[in-house]
Design a protein around this ligand. Structure first.
Ligand code: ACO
Length: 332
């Protein structure tokens, strides 16, 4: 490494959502709900569900390919892939390994990160540290999620909230000072996994006729408890990263929050005293895409011209675990 200060910057972003649009009215044909209830309680109008033959790795590849193209990087220069997902193609091998093969990336270290909806920001922090170490040069990080197969379409309190998709970014260590990913923090509290979990399918409750009959392979959530925790940890994670890096709230040009519920985002905006115009949201169109949400929103914001050189961007997320993470970026 040279003596000049190096920074890890985002060279390109990409995202992908499946073609199949499922509106709130479509959901109302499956469970007892209404467009009005879903919109007013969550802000969601529609979501995308992947095709039966479209796995998480397929969506990850489409987002990853777009990020690689946007970055201008030669794929043989990418030496790290991290895929954040709670809905991998299969328990193993990792989805990152499947992406390595499908995208034909010849020289990579590849692994998955499981931090549920905080996954993209966790992956950003891990990749950034690995690049800063000098042992890796260019990373492809992808948040990808096919939530639709783990949704219980008999449970109206959860199935209306989630969608499928993928968001990606190519990161590079460059000889630039004071720009790029300024810092990332993450946290976790695993004391009560029951507030949000998929209980079946792992070593605790392996797949069996009984586990399937008991619907244990579907996502279960205590929405009220998660809501309370989300407002608290998103606010704390945002305040902590600003304090750690010595930034004032007023320095933030754009917030890209995890897209779970518009009321959670509004509470965060109020708590941080940041106007809603400074938030990039797409919850109305995609619902909660879990680990993909921050990556998709970041790509959309960049492609919409909402991110300019010198802008300070806050990424903040929370998810099952409970996990949370935040990152502050100064766009190069
Ligand atoms: N349609 C119609 N009625 C419904 C629906 C629905 N889809 N879902 C619940 N209801 C009913 C309930 O049964 C209840 O009826 P009751 O009063 O007769 O019992 C009523 O609506 C109110 O239900 P609440 O649970 O009190 O609704 P609330 O205002 O809390 O909103 C929600 C529920 C939207 C789930 C909210 O709690 C929430 O967003 N929580 C956070 C969820 C979240 O962020 N999850 C993602 C975590 S990230 C990850 O890692 C995956």
């Amino acid at each position: 490494m040279s003596s000049q200060k190096q920074s890890v910057i985002i060279l390109g972003t990409g995202s992908y959502v499946p073609d199949n649009i499922v509106t709130n009215d479509d959901m109302a044909k499956m469970v007892e709900t209404s467009d009005e209830w879903i919109r007013t309680r969550t802000g969601i109008r529609e979501r995308r569900f992947a095709a039966d033959d479209e796995a998480t790795s397929d969506m990850a590849c489409k987002a990853g390919q777009r990020a690689i193209e946007a970055s201008g990087v030669d794929r043989s220069d990418i030496d790290l892939i991290i895929v954040a997902t709670m809905t991998p193609d299969m328990p193993f091998p990792s989805t990152a390994c499947l992406v390595q093969s499908k995208l034909q990336l010849p020289n990579v270290c590849a692994f998955d990160v499981q931090a549920a909806c905080s996954g993209f920001v966790y992956a950003l922090g891990i990749a950034s540290s690995m690049l800063q170490s000098g042992n890796f040069n260019k990373a492809l990080i992808i948040g990808a999620e096919k939530t639709s197969p783990i949704l219980d379409f008999k449970d109206r309190t959860t199935c209306v909230l989630f969608g499928d998709g993928a968001g990606a970014a190519v990161l590079s260590r460059e000889e630039i000072e004071g720009a790029g990913i300024l810092g990332t923090i993450g946290g976790a509290d695993g004391s009560d996994p029951s507030v949000l979990q998929q209980p079946g399918g792992g070593s605790a409750i392996p797949a069996s006729v009984e586990s399937i009959q008991a619907r244990q392979h579907f996502l279960k959530m205590n929405g009220k408890e998660i809501f309370k925790q989300a407002v608290r940890v998103m606010g704390q994670a945002s305040a902590d990263i600003l304090e750690k890096l010595g930034y004032e709230t007023s320095a933030i040009d754009l917030v890209v929050p995890h897209q779970a519920n518009m009321r959670i985002i509004e509470s965060l905006a109020k708590r941080m005293e940041i106007p809603m115009e400074k938030f990039h949201n797409n919850l109305d169109r995609y619902g909660n895409t879990s680990a993909a949400s921050v990556g998709i929103a970041l790509d959309e914001a960049y492609r919409a011209g909402r991110i300019q050189s010198g802008d300070v961007i806050l990424l903040v997320a929370f998810g099952a675990g409970l996990t949370w993470a935040s990152s502050l970026i100064k766009w190069q």
